[in-house]
Design a protein around this ligand. Sequence first.
Ligand SMILES: [Zn+2]
Length: 402
Amino acid sequence: MSELEYEIGLLSKLVSLDTDSNEKKNYQECSEVLLNEAKKLGLGAEIFDGKVILKDDNRPRPNVVVDLNKGSDTTLLLVTHYDIVPPGDGWTHNPFKLTVEKGKAYGRGASDDKGGIVSCLGAMAKLKDDESADINVKLIITCDEEVGGEGGIEYLTDVVKIRGHAALVIDSGPEFVSCGASGVLWGKIKVKGKQGHAGYPHKAVNAIDEAMKIVSSLQRYKKKLIAQRISKLPAPPDSPKKYVWRRLSVTMIHAGEKENIIPGECDIRFDLRSLPDENIDGLKIATERFIKNEVRKMGVNAQFQTIHVMPGYFTNPTHPLINSLKEATKKVAGEELPVAADLGGNDGAFLAGVNVPVACFGPLREGTNYHGVDEFVYLKDLSFVRDVLVNVCQRGQKKLRR
Ligand SMILES: [Zn+2]
């Protein structure tokens, strides 16, 4: 019997269900498969439907919570999701039929995040009869992660109020232990000019020309932001900088309708990533002040608006949760993983927002094409993640509470 027979069998079942988060397909079916799976393992399981807080539609948003109760007063949360992004075109494998080939298992969701789910359930199956496992484990399997998580993790943390002593988000890579993530700020600048005939530019004010002035001051602002402050948290291995830095990207520019019309309006959007260990509200105020000043100095007719803010978060790299994860990776792989903060955002923010210490880890290795064509998971990563989780929970009481 293969060492991964259980995990591959379950992964195959999960991958065969197209759980596209845009269309909310097979949510009910998938949550029932997971519920039955947990019961087969002798674990407690319950469904929490997040549709109750959503006003836009009445489609089910079943989230599954699987309980391994060891009668402990310490509970470790494991956070995963079963929804997926659409496969897109160009696959050489069937995205909805798990194909195992040369140490890899192909399929949409194989790594993100159905691979994470099977590693967690595989770990819980082992921990159930393991007497050295002395903490409770609550596995959270949400829907809608890929579309913001309102009926998923947000519902579970804010309404159901699921809490734990610490949380591991199993929706990340096995290359490092992630102890935090950057915050995100989205800005919108609406530039006004005066529309006119391209043959008579002197009678118009070209909104694109005006917008370019603002884009170039945003480039200066980016340099200033980076020079001003850098994080105390290391950046992921292979990053161009050793510590997490602020990033600003102009991501959208919309203007113009026809070649011979000088546009009267131009819409600029940017994405600003904060340091995990800074207050994003301060950055928001500074950014608003900078742009308003520039606009006034240049005499451009423009309105600035912050349209989205999501704070970053971090868990101190010396926290027992991070240490136990580092020790476990050393035990299982012979080598301790480095600790770093994520450059992107993740669901850890919701739990960190209610003061639960969070770390992230999982089978989404670089190069496994998650969200891309021919997504796969390395079989060795499924067992690595599972075995690390088992190790963290063995004598976990002492490890997590020291
Ligand atoms: Zn994911």
